[in-house]
Design a protein around this ligand. Structure first.
Ligand code: SAH
Length: 409
């Protein structure tokens, strides 16, 4: 809570909302979002970042959360149950909880991971990633903007990074700039930065473009899948489709792949993949692996290269359903993509199909990929399915997005 909040409260009454029966039970069951359409009464207009207090049908305290007048998710809950002060001590304790949850997950060989994963760690709309000595604080709601100084201060006081970089989701960048003078990619604290930072993941070196890259600069959420791919890659010809900066590829080369082909639409991403392989050239397996870069639309390339065969195909496309209405189309696209991945597999080859669409459930996705394999008339052995990494917890349905299925075809 902002230190000026108490003084402000004297001037204006506390922002009070009342909700109906359905929203009440949803919030009591632990769901962290109150949507605008569920608000029955509101005592006054609220500002981004204000603490909103939510009352139930009987006018009893129900919950408190961060208000965002511009978002359909009007309040992101901080606390449900009995009333209590959301003060500095409360935030400090909440930070301790997130940090404690990562204790023992990583050793010194992994210096890139997520410290805070939004709602699921009790920090709604806020993500904190570590890349060695650089922290990246990413905000997905304007509610954090008026609280930024205090929040960043609390975090840096605890983690003592060399620097902290601010990243802002696209939808709040304008407001951040004009109302709060904050820019995406700004260094909040510490020495300036003009390029990527490097960090370790299970002993492998990677760079992250923390200033401009997607998400916070690297797909930390795929670490465990990359680890699973490493031993599967031994002696194999690997296709890494939607490779981004070659995360899966570097693991595959360390695992002893014969060759690795990175396929991505973005030349920038492929240049990063090349550098990431080079960063690990001290490892003999990495250095001796043939590394090919292909800049193309993966869907089209797979169709146009019917003759090329691989022993391991990784498919990790960007989210194919950004909204609920795109769900059926996304499921069809996942099915087609899996089918073309399978077509390019040698007998005994392995398909690793991933989805990061929150609107497509894990079961829907797994079934779709399994069906593609059956329709291809190939015999299939399901090796495993995976979900979220331990530093990316998901405590409610909308937060669950990442899933992968491994098939031997
Ligand atoms: N597997 C990666 C993350 C993939 S992110 C990792 O572990 O780091 C998705 C990637 O797909 C992005 O790099 C994006 O440039 C790329 N992409 C998006 N659409 C594409 C398309 N039609 N064809 C090929 N690549 C595409």
């Amino acid at each position: 809570m902002r230190t000026d909040e108490r003084q402000e409260q004297k001037r204006v009454p506390r922002l009070r909302l009342r909700v109906g029966a359905v929203a009440e039970s949803v919030l009591r069951s632990g769901h962290p979002w109150l949507f605008a359409e569920s608000i029955r009464e509101q005592n006054r207009a609220g500002q981004a970042g204000e603490l909103a207090v939510i009352y139930d049908r009987n006018d009893q305290f129900l919950a408190a959360g961060l208000f965002d007048p511009d978002s359909p998710i009007r309040v992101r809950l901080l606390h449900v149950g009995k009333p209590r002060a959301i003060d500095r001590e409360w935030w400090s304790e909440r930070l301790t909880r997130a940090l404690d949850a990562r204790q023992g997950l990583f050793d010194g060989q992994t210096t890139g991971f997520r410290w805070i994963n939004g709602e699921s760690d009790g920090w709604p709309g806020l993500v904190l990633d570590r890349y060695d000595r650089t922290l990246v604080l990413k905000l997905y709601t304007a509610a954090w903007l008026p609280r930024l100084e205090e929040t960043a201060g609390l975090i840096t006081g605890r983690l003592h990074p060399e620097r902290t970089v601010l990243r802002l989701s696209r939808n709040i960048q304008e407001l951040a700039k004009h109302q709060f003078g904050r820019a995406d990619g700004a260094v909040l604290d510490g020495p300036p930065l003009d390029g990527p930072v490097t960090f370790l993941e299970t002993g492998l070196r990677f760079e992250a473009d923390v200033l401009h890259g997607q998400k916070t600069g690297f797909f930390l959420d795929q670490r465990e899948n990359r680890q699973q791919v490493e031993p599967l890659a031994r002696g194999r010809k690997v296709l890494n489709a939607f490779s981004f900066s070659g995360g899966f590829s570097v693991y595959a080369t360390r695992g002893g792949a014969r060759s690795v082909t990175d396929l991505d639409l973005s030349a920038h991403a492929l240049a990063g993949a090349k550098r990431n392989v080079a960063l690990n050239a001290a490892n003999d397996s990495v250095a001796s692996c043939r590394h090919e870069l292909v800049q193309a639309d993966a869907f089209a390339w797979l169709d146009q290269q019917p003759g090329r065969r691989f022993d391991l195909v990784i498919l990790d496309p960007p989210s194919l359903a950004k909204r609920e209405t795109e769900r059926p189309g996304a499921i069809r696209a996942y099915g087609r993509l899996a089918a073309s991945g399978i077509e390019h597999l040698t007998p005994g080859g392995i398909l690793v199909a991933c989805s990061c669409s929150a609107h497509v459930t894990a079961e829907e996705f797994f079934e779709t990929v399994r069906r593609s394999a059956v329709n291809a008339g190939r015999r299939v052995e399901e090796l495993r399915t995976t979900g979220h990494a331990p530093d990316h917890p998901a405590i409610f349905k909308e937060a669950e997005y990442l899933k992968a299925i491994y098939l031997r075809v």
